[in-house]
Design a protein around this ligand. Structure first.
Ligand code: FAD
Length: 427
């Protein structure tokens, strides 16, 4: 086997995918430079961007690459809880179950994580350059590096990658999204969960603990909080964020929605405070899968990574998880490439392996949750109340959503999964 000589790699975008992969590659003696348009202070002092909940298999990638700096400080979330309110407006639950994850997940605010990871990347010998990258910069980078990866998240620049229409069946944003970061939430009387509530025809609400900023930039101080994620069906009663003038309004709107639709969540949240005035966000996302290779005017190539190539609605909380899995997959492909060129065929093959082997199933499952659920799915959610093995399988699918492909999309397969779980089978 020939030894790999250090490759010169440029990554555009200091986010979950770019920083993680950059650090992993540095540890293998590659020369990595990250070009990104925000510095640490701008993240720390800026608005929240995500709820960034990460499940154990992807946390393991962070551990493996020693990028788990906040693991001890961040609260663990041990399970998944699922509830549907009664349609009669009585404020009671029609369905409720919860099940432990085989290992906890965690959510570290990207405002904490990205500045910390940027420092760590530099500490390990990486070069970090603060620049808003456009075509001219990409041309220069592609001319001077073995490989240029575009990991610019939802930045405008990623739109230069063409959309793959076949892999992007959802053509518009299906939810109005909101985040509300709070302190002072009371706990439920069961294990610490991602509490997922589905309000048919209205939207979804999920909430879980996190670690956020707790002092000025540079202090490294953090605090424990809870993140409320509200996903409102377009034009419905949760699609009202445009009415909010300020952060206080946003918190009040969040509480009003809970009071009306999910009183059990309202009861434990009504005395909450915002973590800070930047602990709110309202927006929307059009789920999009892009083609991985960007052809620059010169003919040079840049390869997309993370949200730049696969952006999902956050309803299943898989974006940071996908970005991490993508970083791991690209890392392995780069290592396996030895000293051969990172040509277009390699770029397409590397992405297709990730997409066909993993991401396609995440995309399909996530997109399915944006449409009203078929009756058999609602029935299965009800059945999980009385079949712990089924609840466990459903909950642990979040760790590896490829399992849903076995039973989520087909009524007969679904029935078999329920029967198998009822007999104490696959869990
Ligand atoms: C409301 C909401 C809730 C979410 N909740 C979850 C969740 O619970 N779990 C989960 O797994 N995922 C969640 N996500 C998705 C997750 O946040 C993203 O999928 C993840 O951050 C993608 O990582 P990335 O590295 O691809 O991009 P990002 O983390 O967005 O990083 C992109 C980087 O590129 C930089 N950049 C952009 N343009 C340029 C440019 N022109 N030049 C240089 N740099 C540039 C940016 O500044 C940033 O540093 C959520 C998203 C939203 C919106």
């Amino acid at each position: 086997m020939t030894t790999q000589t250090p490759r010169k790699i440029a990554i555009i975008g200091a986010g979950q995918a770019g920083l993680l992969l950059g650090a992993g590659l540095l540890d293998q003696s590659h020369q990595v430079t990250i070009y990104t348009n925000r510095d640490g202070a701008s993240f720390w002092n800026g608005k929240v961007m995500s709820s960034q909940f990460i499940f154990d298999p992807k946390l393991q990638v962070e551990r493996d690459w020693k990028m788990n700096q906040w693991e001890a400080a961040c609260p663990n979330t041990d399970g998944i809880s699922f509830a549907i309110p009664n349609p009669d407006g009585s404020g009671t639950k029609a369905i409720h179950w919860y099940a432990p994850l085989y290992a906890p997940g965690q959510a570290v605010d990207q405002r904490v994580k990205y500045p910390g990871w940027m420092d760590e990347f530099v500490r390990r010998g990486g070069k970090l350059s603060i620049v808003d990258v456009g075509v001219a910069e990409m041309e220069e980078l592609a001319g001077t590096h073995d490989l240029v990866l575009l990991a610019g998240g939802k930045g405008e620049v990623v739109k230069m990658l063409s959309t793959n229409a076949e892999r992007s069946p959802v053509k518009e944003s299906m939810r109005k999204l909101a985040l509300t970061y709070v302190t002072g939430m009371k706990r439920h009387d069961y294990i610490e969960c991602v509490n997922f509530n589905l309000i048919p025809g209205v939207g979804e609400y999920f909430v879980f603990p996190s670690l956020t900023t707790g002092g000025p930039y540079g202090s490294g101080k953090t605090q424990v909080c809870d993140i409320m994620v509200l996903e409102g069906v377009n034009g419905g009663p949760m699609d009202r964020w445009h009415e909010c003038k300020d952060a206080a309004d946003h918190l009040q709107m969040s509480l009003d929605i809970l009071k009306k639709f999910l009183p059990w969540e309202y009861e434990r949240s009504k005395d909450c405070q915002l973590t800070d005035d930047n602990g709110i966000l309202a927006g929307r996302i059009t789920p999009t899968v892009r083609n991985p290779v960007l052809h620059l005017p010169s003919g040079r190539k840049v390869m997309g990574l993370g949200d730049a190539v696969i952006v999902n609605d956050p309803v299943t909380g898989q974006g940071s998880n996908n970005a991490t899995w993508g970083a791991k997959h690209y890392f392995e492909a780069i290592m396996a490439r030895g000293n051969q060129p990172f040509d277009e065929a390699w770029m397409n093959r590397t992405f297709d392996e990730l997409y066909n082997g993993y991401a396609e199933k995440v995309v399909r499952w996530t997109n399915s949750l944006l449409l009203p659920p078929p009756e058999y799915i609602v029935n299965m959610m009800g059945a999980a109340q009385g079949i712990p093995a089924l609840a466990s399988r459903l909950a642990n699918g979040f760790n590896d959503p490829t399992d849903y492909a076995e039973y989520w999309f087909d009524a007969a397969a679904n029935q078999r999964a329920i029967e198998e779980a009822a007999k104490g089978g696959k869990a």
